[in-house]
Design a protein around this ligand. Structure first.
Ligand code: NAD
Ligand code: IPM
Ligand code: MN
Length: 364
C-alpha cells in the first residue's frame, strides 16, 4: 500500500479547527481508495512563537523537507501583531516557507457551483451565469520580497518603503504555467497588471505577450488591476485563468472567494518547479470566529484535495472529495457564514462529517 508522508502545519486561530476536518476527510478517502497517510504535525506561526519563541522552528522546517507535501492551515492574529516584523507569524513563517521551497506558483480555483448561485453576493442575473476561474498568482516575487524595503528617518519625516520588482525570468515561468492551465480549461488568459503606471507591470505585459506567442490556441487579454476588480463583479462568468503578480493576485483571490459565497470556500496550491507543494486555504486565521467551532472547513478540505491531485497523484481520491464537497453544499449543508442572517449553520465538525458521509456517493 502506498504511504504518503504529510507535514501538517495547522497554525493559529481557525487553523487547527479546520485542519482536523481536512485530516478526517483525507483519512476516510484514504481508507476508501486504499492508500496510507502518515500525518506529522509541526508548530508554526503564533503557536510556535508561544511554544518555542520562534515562528518557524528548525524541527518544522526539517519536517517539511522530509514530507511528500505540506498541508498548511493559517497563521497570525492580534496576539502577535506587536512583534518586530520578521518575528511575526506571517513574515516569520508563511513567507519564508514559500521562499525556501520556491513555491512560485499559487493556484486558487474559484467556482460558483451550479445550483449554489444563491450563495454569491453578486446580483442574481450575473450569478446565474456562473463563475469558474483560476487565479494563477506568482508567489515568491513582487513587492512581497523585493529589496530594498524598510523604514527611514524620524518623526514626521519617517517613511516606510517597499520595492515592487519582477525579473523577466520570474514573469516568464509563471506566465507559461498560466497558459498551460488555460489549455486544459477554456483557453483564455487574462493577465492583470498596472502597466499604465508601474515599470514592473510594463515588463510584465511585455513578457506575457512574448510567452503568448507560444500558445496561439490561447486567447490573451490584458487588464488593469482596478478594472479587473470591477469586471469580476460585472462579468464573472467570462474569466477563465487570471494571471497575476503576488500582490494583485492576493487581492483578486479574496474577491473571487467572496463571489463564490465565502472566504471559507477557497483552497490553494503553492507549487515549485519540481512539483513539490504546500496546500493552504486562501483565507486566514479568522480571529473574529476562532475558538467557536463555526469556521467553514471547506477551503482546508479542498486544499487537501489539491494536495492529493498535484503532489500525491491520488486523482480518484481528489475527485471523490471534490464531488462530496459539492454534494454537501448542494444538499444545503452550510456553515454559519453561508446561511441567511439569524439562521444557524452547521458546526465545523458537522460540516466535516457531512462531507465524509457523501464520500462514497459521488464516486463512479
Ligand atoms: P481572514 O481571511 O482571516 O478573515 C477575513 C474574514 O473572512 C473574517 O470575517 C473571517 O471570519 C472570514 N473567514 C475566513 N476564513 C473563514 C472560514 N474558513 N470560515 C468562515 N469565515 C471565514 O483575514 P484577516 O482577518 O484579514 O486576517 C486575520 C489573520 O490571518 C491576520 O493575522 C492575517 O495576516 C492572517 N492571514 C493568514 C493567512 C495564512 O496563513 N495563509 C491568510 C490570510 C490572512
Ligand atoms: C494569503 C495571505 C498571505 C499573503 C499573508 C498572510 C502573508 O493573505 O495567502 O493570501 O498575502 O500571501
Ligand atoms: Mn490573502
Amino acid at each position: 500500500m502506498t504511504q504518503h508522508r504529510i507535514a501538517v502545519l495547522a497554525g493559529d486561530g481557525i487553523g487547527p479547527e479546520v485542519m482536523a476536518e481536512a485530516q478526517k476527510v483525507v483519512d476516510a478517502v484514504a481508507a476508501q481508495f486504499e492508500f496510507g497517510i502518515d500525518w506529522h504535525s509541526y508548530l508554526v506561526g503564533g503557536a510556535a512563537i508561544d511554544a518555542t519563541g520562534a515562528p518557524l522552528p528548525e524541527a518544522t522546517m526539517s519536517g517539511c523537507e522530509a514530507a511528500d507535501a505540506i498541508l498548511f492551515g493559517s497563521v497570525g492574529g492580534p496576539k502577535w501583531e506587536g512583534l518586530p516584523p520578521n518575528s511575526q507569524p506571517e513574515r516569520g513563517s508563511l513567507l519564508p516557507l514559500r521562499k525556501h521551497f520556491e513555491l512560485f506558483c499559487n493556484l486558487r480555483p474559484a467556482q460558483i457551483h451550479p445550483g449554489l448561485e444563491g450563495l454569491s453576493p453578486l446580483r442574481a442575473d450575473i450569478a446565474a451565469k456562473g463563475m469558474d476561474l483560476l487565479v494563477v498568482r506568482e508567489l515568491t516575487g513582487d513587492i512581497y520580497f523585493g529589496e530594498p524595503r524598510g523604514r527611514h528617518g524620524e518623526g514626521e519625516q519617517e517613511y516606510g518603503y517597499d520595492t515592487m520588482r519582477y525579473s523577466r525570468g520570474e514573469i516568464r515561468r509563471i506566465a507559461r504555467l498560466a497558459f498551460e492551465a488555460a489549455r486544459k480549461r477554456r483557453g483564455k488568459v487574462c493577465s492583470v497588471d498596472k502597466a499604465n503606471v508601474l515599470q514592473t507591470s510594463m515588463l510584465w505585459r511585455e513578457e506575457v505577450t512574448t510567452i503568448a506567442a507560444d500558445y496561439p490556441d490561447v486567447e490573451l487579454e490584458h487588464i488593469y488591476i482596478d478594472n479587473a476588480a470591477m469586471q469580476m463583479l460585472r462579468r464573472a462568468s467570462e474569466f477563465d485563468v487570471m494571471l497575476c503578480g503576488n500582490l494583485f493576485g492576493d487581492i483578486l483571490s479574496d474577491e473571487a472567494a467572496m463571489i463564490t459565497g465565502s472566504m471559507g470556500l477557497l483552497p490553494s496550491a503553492s507549487l515549485n518547479a519540481a512539483g513539490f507543494g504546500m496546500y493552504e486555504p486562501a483565507g486566514g486565521s479568522a480571529p473574529d470566529i476562532a475558538g467557536q467551532g463555526i469556521a467553514n472547513p471547506v477551503a482546508q478540505i479542498l486544499s487537501a484535495s489539491l494536495m492529493l491531485r498535484h503532489s500525491l497523484n491520488e486523482i480518484a481520491a481528489a475527485d471523490a472529495i471534490d464531488a462530496a464537497v459539492s454534494q454537501a453544499l448542494a444538499d444545503g449543508c452550510l456553515t454559519n457564514e453561508l446561511t441567511p442572517a439569524g439562521q444557524a449553520g452547521l458546526s465545523t465538525a458537522a460540516m466535516g462529517d457531512a462531507i465524509v458521509a457523501r464520500l462514497s456517493q459521488g464516486v463512479k
